[in-house]
Design a protein around this ligand. Structure first.
Ligand code: SD4
Length: 325
C-alpha cells in the first residue's frame, strides 16, 4: 500500500475542512476531479486485495465488467472476512445467506439474493445477467439455477463464524454496530481503458439478520448502479437506509447533474441524515462513486469508512470524508 494515505476531514455540511493534511487533501481532491483510466475503486480495506484482482484484467486492457467480477471474487473467497462470501456471518438461525449483483456498460445486470451454499454469488449473478432474460433470482430458484450452471455447493459457515454466532445467541440482541471490525460488504466500480464503466457488489448482509432478509447490495439502483454515460456508484452499511433513498441510483443522477463523485455521495448521505434524524446517529452508510472521466469520491455518515483505489498512478486506501454526528 502506498504511504501516501490521505486523511480528509469534513465538517457538518461544511464541505472540505482542510486541516493538518491540507496540501495532500487538496491534491487528492484535485486529482479525483480530474480522473484517469483504467481505474478501479472498492469499499473498505479488503478492497486493496480485491482491486489487485481487478487490476490483473484492467491493466491488460480488459473489460471493466470482467474486472469487477474477478475483483470481488477475491473477497468472497476469503474465509477470514466475515461479511462477504465464505465465512460471512450467518442470519440469526445460523444460515449464511448471500446477496450480490453486477452491472455492465450496456445496462445489463444480474443479481442473486438469499442464496445459500455458493461462495461466489457474484459469479452466479453474472450468469443471471448473461444467460437468462431476468435480472434477479432469489432463494431456491437462485440455488437451482446455480446448480444448473455447474457451481459447486459448499458449507459457508466457518467454525469461527459459527462460534461468533453462538456467542451472539447468548443475548440475541439485533442492533448492528457501526463499522464493526471495520470491514464490510464489498462494492466495486471500475472504468476500463476503453472508457466503459461497470460495477459489482457482494455481501453476506447484516450479521444475525432475520431469516430471509435481503439488503441493498443485490438491488440494482440501491447497492449498485452504473450508467455508462455518467458514472457508477455503490454502497455499504445498513442496507435498509440505502434502499429507502435508492442510494446508488441517486448518486449517479446527481453526477449527471454535474456533481462530482464526492459531492454526489455527500448529498446522498445528507439525505439520510435529514430524513432520519432519529436513526442516523446509530447507523453507518458509506457511498463510493466514480464518473465517466475516472474521477472518484466517497462519503459516509460516520468516521471509519475507507475505500481502496487502484490505477496506473495510485494504489492506496483512503479515509472517506464523513458527516459525523
Ligand atoms: C446490507 N449493505 O446487507 C449490506 C451489508 C453491509 O454493513 O454493508 N452491512 O445491508
Amino acid at each position: 500500500m502506498s504511504n501516501r494515505r490521505k486523511f480528509i476531514k469534513s465538517s457538518i455540511y461544511g464541505g472540505l475542512a482542510v486541516s493538518t493534511a491540507s496540501l495532500s487533501s487538496v491534491a487528492c481532491a484535485t486529482q479525483t476531479e480530474v480522473g484517469e483510466k483504467p481505474i478501479v475503486v472498492s469499499t473498505w480495506k479488503h478492497g486493496m486485495e480485491a482491486n489487485d484482482g481487478a487490476w490483473k484484467i484492467l491493466s491488460k486492457g480488459g473489460k471493466a465488467v470482467d474486472a469487477v467480477e474477478q475483483g470481488v471474487m477475491v473477497t468472497e473467497a476469503d474465509p477470514t472476512n466475515t461479511t462477504v462470501g465464505i465465512g460471512g456471518a450467518p442470519d440469526r438461525d445460523g444460515n449464511v445467506t448471500l446477496d450480490a449483483c453486477i452491472m455492465d456498460e450496456n445496462d445489463n445486470c444480474g443479481s442473486v439474493a438469499f442464496l445459500q451454499n455458493f461462495k461466489h454469488p457474484v459469479a452466479v449473478a453474472r450468469k443471471v445477467m448473461d444467460e437468462t432474460p431476468h435480472v434477479m433470482l432469489v432463494g431456491e430458484g437462485a440455488k437451482r439455477f446455480a446448480n444448473e450452471q455447474g457451481f459447486k455447493e459448499e458449507n459457508l459457515l466457518t467454525p469461527q463464524s459459527e462460534a461468533a454466532w453462538k456467542k451472539w445467541l447468548e443475548k440475541g440482541n439485533y442492533q448492528p454496530e457501526i463499522n464493526v471490525e471495520n470491514h464490510d460488504t464489498i462494492g466495486m466500480v471500475a472504468l476500463d481503458s476503453n472508457g466503459n464503466l461497470s460495477g459489482a457488489c457482494t455481501t453476506s448482509g447484516a450479521a444475525y439478520k432475520m431469516h430471509g432478509r435481503v439488503g441493498d447490495s443485490p438491488i440494482i439502483g440501491a447497492g449498485l448502479f452504473v450508467d455508462n454515460e455518467v458514472g457508477a456508484a455503490t454502497a455499504t452499511g445498513l442496507g435498509e437506509f440505502v434502499i429507502k433513498i435508492c442510494g446508488a441510483h441517486m448518486i449517479v443522477e446527481l453526477m449527471r447533474q454535474g456533481k462530482s463523485p464526492m459531492q454526489a455521495c455527500r448529498e446522498a448521505v445528507e439525505r439520510i441524515v435529514r430524513k432520519y434524524p432519529n436513526d442516523y446517529k446509530n447507523l453507518q452508510v458509506g457511498f463510493l462513486a466514480i464518473n465517466k472521466a475516472g474521477a472518484y469520491g466517497a462519503y459516509s455518515i460516520h468516521q471509519g469508512f475507507d475505500y481502496a483505489v487502484r490505477s496506473n498512478t495510485t494504489n492506496e486506501l483512503i479515509d472517506a470524508q464523513f458527516f459525523g454526528s
